[in-house]
Design a protein around this ligand. Sequence first.
Ligand code: DQA
Length: 145
Amino acid sequence: MTRVLVINGPNLGRLGVREPEIYGSTTHDELADLCRATGMRLGLDVEVRQSDSEAELVAWLHEAADAATSVVLNAGAFTHYSYALRDALAQVKAPTVEVHLSNPAAREEFRHTSVIAGVVTGSISGFGIDSYVLALHAVAARLAP
Ligand code: DQA
């Protein structure tokens, strides 16, 4: 099975309790279960990780780059200003998807900029936890022979 790394950035470990009116009531553990189950259906071996640390996220992206692993990344607020994450993600040559639970373009001005959008294969936003399901479908379609 092809490995896919789902990486969640800062504050996403608090899903379920964090602003549920925006991010929904699903916890991070439940989201991880959903991603793994979706992967099973698609023939993907999905691993889900979460960190609030930019350095750890960069290290995981280096690992994906070196192993040619596809990445589904919700960079949280780092999306809007982390050139370090952008530069790390640019090194991943396997398909990559930027995901967001909410639709940042419909929210505060500072969320309208994504510094990672230009280095991913594609972006999916605004569908809640379904954004991850759609992203995994996109990766599976990209990897299909
Ligand atoms: C988010 C949107 C970001 O603007 C925010 O900082 C997050 C979550 C989303 O999934 O909607 O932490 O990436």
